[in-house]
Design a binder for this molecule. Sequence first.
Ligand code: SF4
Length: 783
Amino acid sequence: MGNTKHTGPIKIPKKPDSKLWVSKVPFGLGKVKPHHIRDTMKVVWENKDNLPYATRILTQGVCDGCALGVSGLRDQTLTGPHLCTTRLNVLRLNTMGPIKDSILFSDIDELRKLDSTELRKLGRIPFPLLRKPGDRKFTRISWDEALDTIADKMKMIQPKQAAFYTTSRGITNEVYYTLAKVSRFLGVNNIDNASRICHSPSKTALSRSIGVGASTCNYKDWIGTDVLVFWGSVAANNQPVSTKYMYAAKRKGTKIIVINPYHEPAMDKYWIPSIAESALFGTKIADDFYQVNIGGDIAFMHGVMKHWFEMEENTPGSALNHEFIREHVNGIEELKEKVMAYEWEQLEKSSGITKARMRELAELLANSKSAVFVWSMGLTQHRFGTDNISQVANLALLRGFLGREHCGLMPIRGHSGVQGSGEMGADPFSLPGGGLDKESRERVEEIWGFKIPEWQGDIVGVSLENALLPDEHERKLKLYYMSGGNFLETMPDPDFVKESLENIDIRVHQDIILNTSTLLDAKQAVIILPAMTRYEQPGGGTSTSTERMVYFSPEIKGPRIEEARSEWEIYVDLAKRVKPEEKELIDFKDTHEIREEIAKAAPNYDGIQHLKNRGDLFQWGGAWLCEDGICPTPDGKGNLITVEIPELRKPEVHFYVTTRRGKQFNSMIYGEKDPFNAADRYDVLLNEDDGNGLGIQEGDAIVVFNQYGTFTGRAKFVPVKPGNIEVHWPEGNSLIPKGVYEDYAGIPEYNTAVIVEKAETYYAHKDTKYVEKRVEELELEPH
Ligand code: SF4
């Protein structure tokens, strides 16, 4: 960890720089781009019934949107306001009133006609609800009835037959910590969170490479670094204020490189609303794009490293940071041997990048004194996600881009709770402040005062599979307690997910709104519990940003949903009902008491106990993890990890498909059209040359299919790497296989091979020609 402290926000230059402008035409008139002012007015209108409260949330609370992190309207990177339309869009979740009884108690089939966006707009869940098999409607029940029913079930089954899950949006560290503790108190190690489908490989890979699973640097390090690389990340769309940091970086001469199969328009040009010259004339963001094949990143990184090793052979010291490697890095010889064994042709074929272009990036990085690598789900959501990230860490270790200003490794998080959930122990491989090793377990047991079960808990995907086990199986899932989340729309293979969720005896949805999963049947009961938002939670709560800033968000005065309760309090209440004889072991008086315990159980979080007022914050680990190259590994050194280039078996005439986000925040959709490229939700983004090869015109109805499912949409020609297509998430989940997990971190594979056909041809022949014959070919795909 490091001793240097973050030095706080800096100013951006006031004088404009026309070299960065997209065009001299003001406001990007005539260009496809977001309309921030119009969107903001829409949000004001939506929140008109509660504007003073909405304003207080924005000015006093910590953003419950993405994990860039901001308290009120100020952040720690740049002076000036920090606000984006993502935060404004999620605002309504906090200000809307309860669902009207006339709608809430409708026939279940009427509710099921609504999609998740429509359900979200109905309002907040007002009180506990129950629906049993055969019930056409929800019934209102008391908290006692709801929690006693869950507690009774918990007492009847084995702990391995229960599971907990928590989402990452809006939930505080205090809630994650309490759930991690309650779950283990009840003997349940099946506890998982939403990071399993986004950044779990980042944590796993960074832990094995540098000994700590978090961003090693700050956003401030972007500003003035020589090279800022975005790898499989569309930060401009998912963490919008990051564009302001990118602008500041460009003003300092930083080169921005984007590596992605699709030349994402949001990373190319952006109109940043809070910077006058950018709002008027736009800002060119990326200096260069590398359009890599889906799944071709490891080969690409091998190409960069291979060229470095070749440069070293000609001119020692021209590529690698020998001093850093000698003092701080293990495994250089093994890595060199592995990388050099690959032929350039293999690397070009897998990555889709030419040797010349791989060498270009290698030389740019070799000639730079500093670099920051930022990545997201384009790297993590693969069956080799952990290996992807380890290779990024290899690049940083070989060049010594670690543990100092303007250098580092940054998994940029999409949800405000992703960083904190794992650090609080809310997953099957973690406890607060550590892993599941004996030492960590004993340390936490000492604080908690009870034994932590030793069996290995299951990840969320496996828990869903366990729902379909025979009743007598020791891991048959009989009680699934979920805080937020909508697996129907986030996990691969929605049909399988539906079958699983409906095959559980009791399903509990603790949430603020209804979604499509909450309306599914269960074998014995569906119980819905109304939760408070982070702004309603008495005593406030904290959340941790990507750059490890722990922000305190106070309780904010305003209207309340009468029966909604703090999520941590609900868990504690349940635990006491299940084990009344040991209830003093699981009690918390308030959130301050939880923070005091977090400070002991998760030593990195020592300091959280002092956060109690609006604006309070601290950064765990200091400004740079691995400061001066000293990593928190047993020998203090970083580890170079050797990996195989994954075999991407893609039969001829097949495409690789990946999913992308449009106008949405994670799985919450806010617009049918992507403001950056005008794509509709069911558009299939493909390269024009590929379209021409298939006789497809722009706008044609097409079918994308494989042995897992079909997706019908319209062709939209965009600059995506030939041979690769993109569809929106979660709509495209029907194409994604279930049960394919990454080996180390258990993230589901979200990429697969597909066939693309014109809809008229597909539907004319599907019974005879396509499904029978070609689906068989697809069985060749590796699992
Ligand atoms: S960029 Fe992220 S943290 Fe900042 S306001 Fe937007 S959603 Fe919130």
